[in-house]
Design a protein. Structure first.
Length: 490
């Protein structure tokens, strides 16, 4: 039996729901996602400024599996109409894409708006709406203007002003038509990966300081951008805004690791969510305490986990209209043994909480191999969020499966299907989940994996200058789910 058959069977048996129908609630929406750097290409056309990913891939190609970059990527800067045609074929209700900050504001600051950048995103948004596809726009999907990085990027507290100025420009230009916004995509990938692990742009290793400064400044930047929307645009445009978190579900490795698993969830979800979504705001108390102890152990006189002032706590708290969740898989945690060597988070273990990461043998690993497939983890994660942060609207803003590119992608179909079943179960159990987004509409530049790892419902031929897109089997599957507004009965 293939891995996915085991999972489907498990899901069915766990609820003895085989005779019920698998219809999604009325109004439930299906979408697909991409991001600017991963698909647009045209990295230096017109007056577009350089981003940190332009700089990183051009200067450190050895850090990208195939030495590639996003200079051309899917060429969606030129082929966006083809992309929309494909979305129409899928029947998507919405398209999640991101704005390239340095395409819209070539030098990162709001004193100069690129006409070409504004034209490009206006065309894309209008083109989508003409076909009845809603735009769900992410303001920041990792491509910081390089000259802001030169000033310290996310470790400089002024980033909150720079980012909210940029957000204001985007709301004023597009807010009449864009009603769903995400400020920042996956803070953990912005702070933890570059500063904890020294990988990905800007690739600056600084686990004791960089990660934490980035974390705090990012929360403030999000909050400021949210408040700009709230105070200056909401009454006029009536949209909704949040940020999207990547969350891994953590299971205890042994009976003794329950508390540690909870701590790992606080570490992963809490550091980027507690300040925004919890009733009390600020850092998760357990994490703040551990970081202080760690700082002392490392010889610092005080915590290098930057405290919030009461004013900052109030400023960040409640800056959301929904919870947006990117979910791919789960991990096991156990306490490290005395003297055990730990890899860096998020590509190894979690040294900050002395935790070793592993995977259950029955959780299949995908080729990215940083997490195990455990669809039930998604439902558990949703319940955890509801219990800890309260009842609110949830959106899955990413979920997807990597392959090496084969057109008949049964694995991807089954992956999407088992996660959709968990979503339906979660909804039945009282979770207010309204949107599901496949990552990705099409193959694209998968960061340090280059073009070898493929997430697309559509295959893109990166060897062909015309970048043709070809639907995979998963595209037909997803189109059918959307059309039927239901999964097949098993
Ligand atoms: C997370 C990111 O948001 C996206 O950019 C990436 O390509 C996918 N997940 C897959 O790794």
């Amino acid at each position: 039996m293939a891995w996915y058959q085991v999972l489907v069977l498990g899901a069915l048996l766990s609820v003895s729901w085989c005779t019920e129908d698998w219809t999604f609630p009325p109004g439930f929406k299906f979408g697909a996602a991409t991001s600017a750097y991963q698909v647009e290409g045209a990295w230096n056309v017109s007056d577009k400024g350089e981003s940190i990913w332009d700089r990183y891939t051009h200067t450190r190609p050895e850090d990208i599996a195939d030495g590639s970059n996003g200079d051309v990527a899917c060429d969606s800067y030129n082929l966006w109409q083809t992309d929309i045609d494909n979305m129409v074929d899928l029947g998507l209700h919405y398209y999640r894409f991101s704005i390239s900050w340095s395409r819209l504001l070539p030098n990162g600051f709001a004193n100069k708006i690129s006409e070409d950048g504004a034209r490009y995103y206006n065309n894309l948004i209008d083109g989508l709406l003409e076909k009845g596809i809603e735009p769900l726009v992410t303001l920041y999907h990792w491509d910081l203007p390089q000259n802001l990085q030169d000033l310290g990027g996310w470790t400089n507290p002024l980033i909150a002003d720079w980012f909210s100025d940029y957000a204001r420009v985007a709301y004023s230009l597009f807010g009449d038509r864009v009603k769903m916004w995400l400020t920042i995509n996956e803070p953990m990938a912005i702070c933890d990966v570059p500063y904890n692990a020294g990988a990905w742009a800007p690739g600056i290793l600084s686990p004791d300081h960089g990660t934490h400064l980035c974390n705090k400044n990012l929360l403030l930047a999000h909050a400021k951008a949210y408040r700009v929307y709230d105070e200056e645009f909401r009454a006029m445009y009536n949209g909704e805004i949040s940020l999207s978190n990547i969350l891994f579900w953590f299971e205890p490795w042994t009976e003794d690791d329950h508390d540690l698993a909870e701590l790992a969830i606080q570490y992963c979800a809490g550091r980027y969510s507690h300040a925004i979504y919890s009733k009390e705001g600020g850092w998760p108390p357990a994490i703040e305490k551990i970081m202080e102890e760690n700082s002392k152990k490392k010889g610092y006189s005080k915590s290098n986990f930057p405290a919030f002032t009461q004013e900052e706590i109030e400023f960040i708290k409640g800056t959301f209209d929904y919870f947006a969740l990117n979910f791919y898989g789960a991990m096991l945690v156990r306490a490290a043994e005395e003297g055990e060597q730990l890899g860096p988070w998020p590509f190894g273990d979690i040294p900050d909480i002395n935790a070793v990461i592993g995977y259950r043998p029955e959780w299949p690993e995908n080729i990215v191999s940083i997490l195990g497939i455990y669809p039930e983890g998604l439902r558990k994660q949703l319940h955890w969020l509801k219990e800890n942060y309260g009842d609110m609207k949830f959106l899955i803003t990413e979920n997807g499966y990597p392959t090496r590119g084969e057109p008949n992608d049964q694995d991807r179909i089954e992956y999407i299907e088992v996660h959709l079943r968990e979503i339906l179960l979660a909804i039945k159990e009282g979770i207010n989940l309204t949107h599901y987004t496949v990552w990705s509409l099409m193959d694209n530049f998968e960061w340090a994996d280059g073009y070898g790892t493929r997430f697309g419902l559509y295959e893109v031929d990166f060897n062909d200058p015309l970048r043709p897109r070809t639907p995979r089997d998963s595209a037909a599957f997803y189109a059918k789910v959307i059309k039927n507004h239901a999964l097949d009965e098993e």
